[in-house]
Ligand binder design. Structure first.
Ligand SMILES: [Fe+2]
Ligand SMILES: [Fe+2]
Length: 318
């Protein structure tokens, strides 16, 4: 499948919704420089790149784009999905490989993509196709190095956790996995930009890892929302990614997706640090946000266990 980076065009960012996320990203980068003036030499070029539409964003091949669009819609038709997947020979081969792997233990080899998706079942097929399709976008992003696998694991874990949360959260029952999977996409943008930063400096200086970390922390949510908007994702997805570190002000249906993604991200982080035996030791914000969605701490622990099991299974997909 063709995955690379492309310069975003003015056309792609022309809509008002996109403009809002561009403003948010500019504001986030400027805010960092205001808090820490030494950061200005690194954030000023970032602001310029965002404003002049010179920032390199991860792009999706037309096939993967079509697949993602299908999966993001509520009802996915197996024939349509099979048709879309078959448009990308690499993706098709991978999907058939998964269906024929020990993961599904079929008696016979599946002969085509449609049978492969049938063997998986519609629900699982959605998840597997999206994982296989987006994995390359994440893993082949420039400037990522060792962080690729860390970031990918965190994304899978957050996706699994968000899926568990939204399973009983209409109208987002089928949206959680995808929203969780892409929540930290903005980190790819910062890392790709950091690799180019020396070229933007008079003295060719390279940013240290602390600088990159700070830029990532300050801007990745806004940049992630910007990427999703450029991929023409529905506004609630972009909004959820924008707010995934603090959805305290989120309201309405779109707001509940934002809270779900924040909870999914916090569950992932808590699992990575070690899930505590005593619920009293859980991250306070995690408990507060989950309570808003009607999820109490015992249920939260169950959800975390289910998410971890799901994550283990998905990591075996390679
Ligand atoms: Fe994040
Ligand atoms: Fe995250």
């Amino acid at each position: 499948m063709t995955v690379g980076v492309e310069e975003i065009s003015d056309e792609g960012l022309g809509s008002r919704s996109n403009e809002r996320f561009v403003e948010a990203a500019v504001g986030a980068a400027r805010g960092l420089a205001e808090r820490d003036p030494e950061m200005a030499r690194w954030t000023a070029p970032l602001v310029r790149a965002i404003k002049r539409r010179r920032l390199r964003l991860p792009s999706l091949s037309p096939t993967v784009h079509r697949v993602v669009k299908l999966i993001e819609s509520q009802e996915v038709d197996l024939d349509e999905l099979a048709d879309a997947v078959s448009g990308d020979p690499v993706l098709a081969t991978r999907i058939m490989g998964v269906a024929n792997s020990s993961y599904f233990r079929g008696a016979t080899e599946v002969p085509n993509v449609r049978d492969a998706l049938m063997r998986m079942g519609v629900r699982e097929a959605r998840t597997i196709v999206i994982v296989v399709a987006l994995r390359a976008t994440v893993m082949r992003s420039p400037g990522l190095g060792d962080m690729a696998s860390v970031l990918w694991k965190h994304s899978l874990l957050a996706a699994s956790a968000t899926q568990e949360i939204t399973a009983e959260l209409p109208p987002w029952e089928t949206a959680g996995f995808l929203a969780g999977l892409v929540h930290d996409l903005g980190k790819l943008v910062v890392l790709a930009f950091a690799a180019e930063l020396p070229a933007w400096q008079d003295d060719g200086a390279e940013p240290g890892s602390a600088v990159v970390e700070a830029m990532m922390a300050a801007t990745h949510a806004e940049l992630g929302a910007m990427v999703l908007a450029s991929w023409a994702f529905p506004e609630p997805f972009c909004e959820a990614v924008l707010l995934h570190h603090d959805a305290s002000q989120a309201v309405g249906d779109a707001g509940s997706l934002a809270i779900a993604v924040e909870v999914g991200n916090r569950i992932a982080s808590q699992i990575e640090q070690g899930w505590p035996e005593d619920a009293a030791e859980l991250d306070e914000t995690l408990v507060e946000r989950a309570t808003r969605l009607g999820v109490d701490p015992p249920r939260l622990s169950d959800i975390a266990m289910e998410a971890e099991t799901n994550f283990e299974a998905l990591s075996k997909l390679g």
